[in-house]
Design a protein around this ligand. Structure first.
Ligand SMILES: [Zn+2]
Length: 149
């Protein structure tokens, strides 16, 4: 868990976090296999406690076309977050929730095994085309015949 200690002065941190705090479930299709890197500093400003850090995470998502796992690198070079000091336990700061949100918001909606496209797309299209011709319901198959020019 990303629980960091806080004090009255600036504290430098560098941590490899176990990704379990992301709370990814299998139904999300999203997995984290590597630890999450966090490096930066925690510092107090008036009644606030602030963190500025870089985050690096590697997540896996299935390819939107062929379903093969795709690695996604997420880098946040200057992530900042602050909370009121009174709302935090005296010496420990649990950053699970804000870190989770910061990382998950960067995950793309769709991922492809070939970066912007699917490596296996041609193969899959062939297959899809064949099955739709054989079994698919094609309500517009005869449309061209009735069209007048
Ligand atoms: Zn693919």
């Amino acid at each position: 868990m990303p629980i960091l200690s806080i004090s009255n002065t600036e504290v430098h941190i560098e941590k490899m976090l176990n990704p379990t705090f992301l709370q990814l479930s299998e139904k999300d299709d999203l997995t984290a296999t590597k630890p999450i890197y966090l490096k930066g500093m925690i510092y107090p400003v008036d009644q606030w406690i602030c963190i500025q850090a870089e985050i690096h995470a590697t997540l896996q998502l299935p390819c939107a076309t062929c379903n093969e796992p795709v690695s996604i690198d997420i880098s946040l070079p200057k992530w900042t977050h602050q909370e009121e000091r009174d709302s935090i336990n005296h010496t420990c700061w649990d950053l699970s929730q804000p870190l989770r949100e910061a990382i998950l918001v960067e995950v793309p909606f769709l991922a492809y095994c070939g970066n912007r496209t699917c490596h296996n797309r041609k193969e899959i299209e062939k297959f899809l085309h064949k099955t739709s011709q054989q079994n698919g319901h094609q309500p517009f198959a005869n449309l061209q015949i009735s069209r007048t020019t």
